[in-house]
Design a protein. Structure first.
Length: 633
């Protein structure tokens, strides 16, 4: 087995296993990357452009893509496109080597495609490429998908791992870390003594989509209806860009003190501890577990609404659309709680890849169904409902509160910062984990934003001022009833696993802390083997049984007291958005990169954080007001 030549000098010296890709494997990679969910919108695009402009536009984009990919192919090796000797492992490496480092603001107006055309000009910046690469995806979809495919297909084989010092975790705060090992191979070890990481770009994308696309997608039509045809889509695009910038900052904090060669931080809490110290870790830990607890409450509410919607859908089908078909949520909340009490007794999840894949499939299923039903209703009605200003309200104050709740719901739908480091800890290297995570974040956010825009806009276009708070359970749709039932069943299947994803880290922290605090207590330490005739032997721990049961009961009980879908999502979105998705990533990045106070970069980052804080406070106040109003009304 041979080895290829050295890689870009910007990374630690490394050798790759001999590449075996061929002409046909490259074609397969490109076709896989290009032909995706975007093909489903092409008929609609042609319909908007007409029989002449539609096909011509696609041919023009194909020509632009060919020219762009041809230019980029010559940048794979540097300084000579054929002899090299330096290979660029990714799009960002090529930009870094050819265009160099300059500040973001100096070239802020440069769009990312200029990075390809100006391959030899050395005038643009890596920051411009990193930020505007995502923005460019919105305007030139096929071309940039092909660009990403070219980068991947030229460098897609398992390399030798980096050799770095292992991270020595000390102090009480290690127990506050969210320890989720998502994908680990057996019988081999990585540079830090852990089992070797096997995660790739695609598994990373699957994990992110699982974390991002959830129950929040169902409220986006309502949010768009509150904001109107301009502010609604623009708000979603803004949150998408903010989420990508935040995830890019946080991905550079996976290793410390250097983002590529430093020691690993295994969790979000580890990164905060290493970069910001003990006091900040306390605050972060409290907020992180509070959000996880709150997400469990939201999942109980959402699941019960979906289960009730299935029963109502069947009732409407049998009794007619005018039938009352009124059912409560309490029974379904108790049923979901009972299931979670049983599932929560599983000690932990050693391999979460299967859960991410199943949940991602469920997410795509109900998102596509909601999108399709909204589109079908718009076509059936023959016109687009809604207005520029959104749903009118009785008073200006009420309109202001509704807008704040809508922003809170959108904020809930996007960030995944609390598990980003854990996902990044599954990635193999090289290439460097932060570059893979940035690519995966860009791709995943583009995919989810496409779904969000379609679900939000088609839902609002279909129902206008009557847009329900939950697109699939508000019964703007009655038929086909079986499809609505299937979509709601997909949501239930997704959230049954999703509840455990957010609950298991809380279980692990509390049980680990108590075990260290009381090492000789039999109630905490001892386990008992339970044997049953029809099931395999089961290990039972009294602490696990009591605490986890009490935890599920508490989330179910609070959900029964406050069963308000949109308001609860708004509160959770606001609580999570600024502290965990903006403030800590920004502060850690400032410390890690040693950015001095009052420098240009520091001012930009602090302004970014402050603006997001104002949006968060506005959303939080409005969502709490909506929750109280709904409870008292």
């Amino acid at each position: 087995m041979g080895y290829d030549d050295p890689q870009t000098p910007f990374l630690t010296a490394q050798w790759h296993i001999k590449r075996t890709g061929t002409f046909w494997s490259a074609i397969a990679h490109i076709i896989t990357a290009v032909i995706g969910s975007g093909v489903l919108s092409l008929a609609w695009c042609v319909a908007q452009l007409g029989w002449i402009a539609g096909p011509i536009s696609m041919l023009m984009f194909a020509g632009v893509t060919l020219v762009s990919s041809s230019l980029l192919c010559d940048c794979y090796k540097s300084p000579d496109p054929e002899q090299g000797p330096i290979r660029n492992q990714s799009y960002m490496d090529a930009v870094k080597l050819n265009l160099g480092y300059e500040t973001f603001m100096r070239n802020g107006a440069t769009i990312s495609i200029s990075c390809e055309i100006g391959c030899f000009s050395r005038k643009n910046s890596v920051w411009v490429c990193g930020v505007f690469q995502q923005v460019g995806l919105y305007g030139s979809g096929i071309a940039y998908t092909l660009t990403s495919s070219i980068s991947m297909s030229k460098d897609d084989f398992l390399p030798e791992p980096f050799l770095n010092l292992s991270l020595s975790k000390t102090g009480w705060w290690e127990n506050m870390a969210v320890q989720q090992s998502l994908e680990l191979a057996k019988d081999s070890y990585d540079d830090d003594g852990h089992q070797i990481r096997t995660g790739t770009l695609w598994t990373c994308i699957a994990h992110i989509i699982t974390a991002v696309i959830g129950s929040g997608v169902l409220s986006l039509a309502w949010s768009t209806a509150q904001l109107g045809w301009i502010a609604g889509p623009v708000s979603m695009l803004c949150f998408a860009i903010v989420t990508y910038v935040s995830s890019s900052l946080l991905s550079d904090c996976y290793r410390s003190p250097h983002s590529v060669t430093g020691t690993r931080n295994y969790s979000y809490m580890d990164a905060v501890r290493v970069n910001l110290g003990r006091n900040q870790t306390w605050v972060c830990g409290f907020l992180q577990y509070l959000i996880m607890f709150g997400t469990g409450i939201a999942y109980v509410i959402t699941t019960s609404i979906c289960m009730r919607a299935i029963q109502r859908s069947n009732c409407f089908h049998k009794e007619g659309h005018a039938a009352p078909c009124a059912y409560g949520d309490t029974f379904y909340m108790l049923l979901f709680g009972a299931v979670q009490i049983f599932v929560s007794q599983i000690p932990d999840f050693h391999n979460m890849a299967w859960l991410s894949i199943v949940a991602a499939v469920m997410s795509f299923s109900y998102s596509f169904i909601g999108l399709g039903l909204g589109f079908a209703k718009v076509v059936g009605d023959g016109w687009i409902k809604g207005s520029i200003g959104g749903i009118p309200q009785e008073t200006t104050a009420k309109k202001v509160w509704k807008i704040s709740q809508a922003l809170g719901d959108i904020a809930f739908a996007y960030p995944y910062s609390i598990i980003l480091i854990e996902i990044q800890d599954t990635l193999k290297s090289p290439p460097a984990e932060n570059w893979t995570m940035k690519k995966a974040s860009m791709t995943a956010i583009v995919i989810t934003t496409f779904f969000y825009l379609c679900c939000g806009c088609f839902g609002y276009a279909a129902f206008g001022d009557q847009t329900p708070g939950n697109l699939l359970t508000g019964f703007g749709f009655f038929e086909p009833y079986w499809l609505i039932d299937f979509a709601n069943a997909c949501i239930v299947a997704h959230l049954v696993g999703g509840y455990q994803v957010y609950s298991q880290p809380v279980f692990a922290f509390v049980e680990r802390w108590l075990a260290e605090k009381f090492p000789n207590n039999g109630f905490i330490i001892d386990s008992y083997t339970i044997k049953t005739p029809f099931f395999p032997a089961f290990s039972l721990n009294l602490l696990r049984l009591c605490f986890r049961t009490g935890y599920v009961i508490s989330t179910t009980g609070i959900a029964m007291v406050f069963p308000y879908f949109n308001q609860v999502l708004g509160v959770l979105g606001a609580l999570n958005f600024w502290p965990l998705a903006i403030y800590f990533p920004v502060e850690m990045y400032v410390v890690q990169k040693k950015i001095q106070v009052w420098t240009r970069s520091w001012i930009i980052l602090q302004t970014f954080s402050f603006v997001c804080l104002l949006v968060t406070l506005y959303s939080l106040i409005g969502s709490v007001e909506g929750l109280i109003t709904a409870k008292l009304s």
